[in-house]
Design a binder for this molecule. Structure first.
Ligand code: MN3
Length: 202
């Protein structure tokens, strides 16, 4: 059985950038739905019950046809949101540092250019989806995924992800996705992004 992880901080601690109301709706309702639907699917195939959600999403092609779409959408949703909470933290004015900074500079020139390209790509994701910084082919790069698809299914390791589904911002930002994206940079947990890069480099 998969379970909904607690937020690693209080519901109001990403405010004013992401409101407590959004966090309650997004975590308690949307993320819970992904977990519940994933569990219902796995109940039909108990042989999969010892797999981690990463295992399921990495090897989607091996998932039985009758639950493949549910695992893709709701397993992906559970995995993406579990990462997303960890990829954010209360605002402390941090910036990328160490090896992560080196890799960003190598691929994008500097942090400002990286943020600009990431933000532009995030704003352009059509409909519901995610914008990612991934580790792929020995460098950091940008990728967008539709719906709840994970970069892991494409063999790319997610380092930083931004949920651009309307449910992630509509309560506070209405239709102004660019304002949400700009505010979100204030709550990126760069230490977590560095940790993910370190694990990818092992
Ligand atoms: Mn979401």
């Amino acid at each position: 059985m998969f379970s909904l992880p607690d937020l690693p901080y209080s519901y109001d601690s990403l405010a004013p950038f992401i409101s407590s109301d959004i966090q309650h709706l997004h975590h308690d309702k949307h993320h819970r739905t992904y977990v519940d639907n994933l569990n219902k699917a796995i109940e039909k195939h108990p042989e999969l019950s010892n797999k981690s959600v990463e295992d399921l999403v990495v090897s989607l092609d091996t998932i039985p046809d009758d639950i493949k779409m549910v695992v893709r959408n709701h397993g992906g949703g559970h995995l993406n949101h579990s990462m997303f909470w960890e990829m954010m933290a209360p605002h402390k004015g941090q910036e990328p540092a160490g090896t992560l900074l080196d890799k960003i500079q190598h691929s994008f020139g500097d942090v400002e250019t990286f943020k600009k390209q990431f933000s532009e790509a995030a704003v352009k994701v059509f409909g519901s989806g995610w914008q990612w910084l991934v580790w792929d082919n020995n460098e950091v790069s940008l990728v967008s995924t539709p719906n709840q698809d994970s970069p892991l299914t494409q063999g790319k390791i997610p380092l930083l992800g931004l949920d651009v589904w309307e449910h992630a911002y509509y309560l506070q930002y209405y239709n102004k996705r660019p304002d949400y994206v700009e505010a979100w940079w204030n709550v990126v947990n760069w230490e977590n992004v560095s940790l993910r890069l370190d694990q990818a480099l092992k």
